[in-house]
Design a protein around this ligand. Sequence first.
Ligand code: MF3
Ligand code: CO
Length: 256
Amino acid sequence: MSISIKTAREIEKMRHAGQLLEKVHDELGKAIHPGMSTWEIDRLGEKIIRSFGCVPNFLNYNGYPASICVSVNQEVVHGIPSKKRILKEGDIVSLDAGLIYEGYHSDAARTHAVGEISPEAQKLIRVTRQAFFEGIKYAKAGHHLHEISAAIGTYAESFGYGVVRDLVGHGIGTHLHEDPQVPNFAQPSRGIRLQPGMTLAIEPMINAGRPEVRWLDDEWTVVTEDGSISAHYENTILITEGEPEILTLSHPEDTL
Ligand code: MF3
Ligand code: CO
């Protein structure tokens, strides 16, 4: 597959898909509380997505059995919601969600605190979010894709964190996963030249400890090999001539 350049009409739809997904995340963020099951988060998320007349794009994607990926503590991504998994005070929970609006996909992730969390966990969440912003400083026409990757990785590693290698960001549009892949760490090549109209899902996955991950027997849930906690932050962005447009975040100055 080659990299698609979106037309003005397509960009309008991507924008709308992004704005609706931001609302999903805002609602889910407000709903998180100790005692809530990860299944309830999925139910609520899917309900909100469908209330917009949209379709959850993760549901049944390669057989994934839910609409929202809910990953707790040492779970990095793709946690499967379960009635038995109850959030407790001090946990961190990463929510990854996506939807389709008139054929166009959006994809975004946030990591939330459950009640009061440790200063170390707070810092991991903050740095993971900031790593995204360090990366998108290079997300402009004329720059090269791997400048984004290197900026994300270098920033996160400067705190001694492990940057996940086995999963990457991606192009997005009429499909959830399009070319190019967007790694979160420095690459030997500079990568493709960025052009206006490219839409990318940029998603640092950062471990408090080592970068290695493994897959659980459910074949989805990715966990840190060393058991350290992990955070995820993702937005769908649009490359323009100037500053990138963050389609899934309208107020970047806010904390989450
Ligand atoms: N945001 C993730 C990604 O970009 C989630 C998709 S995995 C799914 O790959 F299978 F759950 F859809
Ligand atoms: Co993604």
